[in-house]
Ligand binder design. Structure first.
Ligand code: NAD
Length: 390
C-alpha cells in the first residue's frame, strides 16, 4: 500500500491515499472554508466512518454543521432542505461526504444556495450553465466513501424532479470540487451489494465513454485503464472488503470513469435512469443489469474498438470474449441477470414500458450511444432485460 499515495491536479486536486482523511482541516484551510456544512446520507451518518471524520474537525476546533437528509437517489426536497441548513448555519462551503448521492447533493447545495433562478434552469442542456452566478458558488471539498460514480471529480450533480419522476443532471464547471480527499480506507465498510453496484458503475462509465463516438483520445486512454483496474480489482474488493489495495485501485477507477465520461455515455445509462427514477433502484447495479444487452445491441458499431480493447486487457476471443468476461464478472458479483431479479415483484404493463422507452430516448445520455437509440430499440432493450434475452 505504501506506493499507493499520490497528489494529482487532474482533473482537480486529488489527495489520494489511505489515511489522508486526516488532512481534512488542511484542505479546508487551503480552500478558505471556515465553517463547512458536512453533507452525508442518513445511513452513513450512523457509521463510525462519519464519527471519526467529525472527530478530526472537532480536534481541529473547526465549527461545522451536519446535514444528512439525503435519499439514495436525491430529490428536490432534499436540496431545498440542504440549502435552508446551509443558510441557517451561515456556512461558507461544503464537505460532501459519501457515495454519489451525498456527493451530488453536497455539490448542488454549494452551487444552488447563492442562485436566484430555480435549479432546473441549470440543467445540462446547451449553455444553460452560463445563466448561473458563478461568484455565488460556495467551495466544495469532496470525500467519496464508495468507488463508483466518480462524482467527486465531476462538474455535475444528479437530482430527481419529483413531479415528473425524472433524473435531471445539473451542470456547472464550478461544481467541480476544489479538493478531493480520496482515502480508500473510507470505503472498506461498504457491504458487498454496494461494492458490486458501485464498481460496476465505474466500469459502465469507462465502457460507455470508450464506445461513445467522437474524438477524445485522452478520455479513451483513461477509460481503457479504468476498465483494467475494475476487471482486476472489483472481484477482490467484493470478496474481501478489507483488501485496501483493491479498494484503492477501485477508487482510482471510479474517478477515471467520471473523468472519461465527459466524452459521452450511452444506452446503459439511458435505460437505467428511468428505472432508477421510477423504481428507486441502485444506479450502478441497474447499469450492471443492462450492460450485456446494450453491448449486444451496439455490437456492429463498436466491434473494432472492443477488439482493440481486448488486446490491452488480455482477453481472448475478440468481441465475444469481452462479452463473456462481462457476464462472468456480473456472475461473480451476483448481479441480477434480469430486471425482475433486480426489482422483486416487477410487473410492467404496456403503458409503463412505453413510458420507460419514451424517457430513455430523451435522456441526455442517449445521444452518446454509438447506435441511435430509437423508441423501438429502447423497447426491445427493455424487453430483453426483462426476459434475459441476449
Ligand atoms: P449512494 O451514494 O446512493 O449510497 C448507497 C448506499 O451505500 C447508501 O445507503 C450509503 O449509506 C451506503 N454507503 C456509502 N458509503 C458507504 C461506506 N463506506 N460504508 C457503508 N455504507 C456506505 O450510492 P452511489 O452508487 O455511490 O451513488 C449513486 C448516486 O450517484 C445516484 O443518485 C446517481 O444518480 C448518482 N450519480 C452521479 C454521477 C455524477 O456524475 N454526478 C454519476 C453516477 C451516478
Amino acid at each position: 500500500m505504501s506506493k499507493l499515495v499520490s497528489k494529482w491536479n487532474y482533473p482537480t486536486t486529488v489527495r489520494f491515499g489511505a489515511g489522508r482523511i486526516s488532512e481534512l482541516p488542511d484542505a479546508l484551510a487551503a480552500t478558505g472554508i471556515k465553517k463547512p456544512l458536512f453533507v452525508t446520507d442518513p445511513g452513513l451518518a450512523k457509521l463510525p466512518v462519519v464519527a471519526s471524520t467529525l472527530k478530526i474537525l472537532d480536534d481541529a476546533k473547526i465549527p461545522y454543521g451536519v446535514f444528512s437528509d439525503v435519499k439514495p437517489n436525491p430529490v428536490e426536497s432534499n436540496l431545498t432542505a440542504g440549502i435552508a441548513a446551509f443558510k441557517a448555519g451561515k456556512h461558507d462551503g461544503v464537505i460532501a461526504f459519501g457515495g454519489g448521492s451525498a456527493l451530488d447533493l453536497g455539490k448542488l447545495i454549494a452551487f444552488q444556495a447563492g442562485q436566484t433562478r430555480p435549479v432546473w434552469d441549470f440543467e445540462d442542456i446547451g449553455d444553460w450553465w452560463t445563466r448561473a452566478d458563478a461568484d455565488a458558488i460556495a467551495p466544495i471539498i469532496a470525500v467519496p466513501t464508495t468507488a463508483g460514480t466518480g462524482s467527486e471529480v465531476g462538474r455535475a450533480g444528479v437530482v430527481t424532479h419529483e413531479a415528473t419522476h425524472t433524473k435531471k443532471v445539473i451542470f456547472h464547471p464550478k461544481m467541480l470540487p476544489a479538493i478531493v480527499i480520496a482515502d480508500p480506507e473510507l470505503t472498506t465498510g461498504m457491504p458487498p451489494f454496494i461494492t458490486a453496484g458501485t464498481g460496476m458503475d465505474a466500469f459502465a462509465h469507462c465502457l460507455e465513454a470508450y464506445c461513445a463516438p467522437g474524438y477524445h483520445p485522452m478520455a479513451d486512454g483513461i477509460a481503457v485503464e479504468g476498465m483494467r483496474l475494475v476487471l482486476e480489482n472489483l472481484p477482490k474488493a467484493y470478496a474481501n472488503g478489507k483488501d485496501l489495495t483493491a479498494r484503492a485501485h477501485m477508487m482510482s477507477a471510479a474517478a477515471m470513469g467520471a473523468t472519461a465520461f465527459q466524452k459521452g455515455l450511452g444506452a446503459i445509462h439511458s435505460m437505467s435512469h428511468p428505472i432508477g427514477a421510477l423504481y428507486d433502484t441502485h444506479h450502478g447495479m441497474t447499469n450492471a443489469v443492462f450492460m450485456p444487452y446494450v453491448l449486444a445491441f451496439n455490437r456492429e458499431a463498436i466491434e473494432d474498438r472492443i477488439v482493440r480493447l481486448t488486446g490491452y486487457l488480455g482477453i481472448k476471443g475478440g468481441f465475444d470474449g469481452f462479452a463473456k468476461s462481462v457476464l462472468k464478472l456480473r456472475k461473480e458479483l451476483k448481479v441480477p441477470h434480469t430486471l425482475p431479479e433486480l426489482i422483486k415483484g416487477l410487473d410492467m404493463d404496456k403503458k409503463r414500458k412505453t413510458l420507460i422507452a419514451d424517457m430513455a430516448v430523451v435522456d441526455p445520455t442517449a445521444g452518446g450511444n454509438p447506435v441511435k437509440l430509437t423508441k423501438k430499440a429502447a423497447s426491445t432493450l427493455l424487453d430483453n432485460a426483462i426476459e434475459g434475452t441476449l
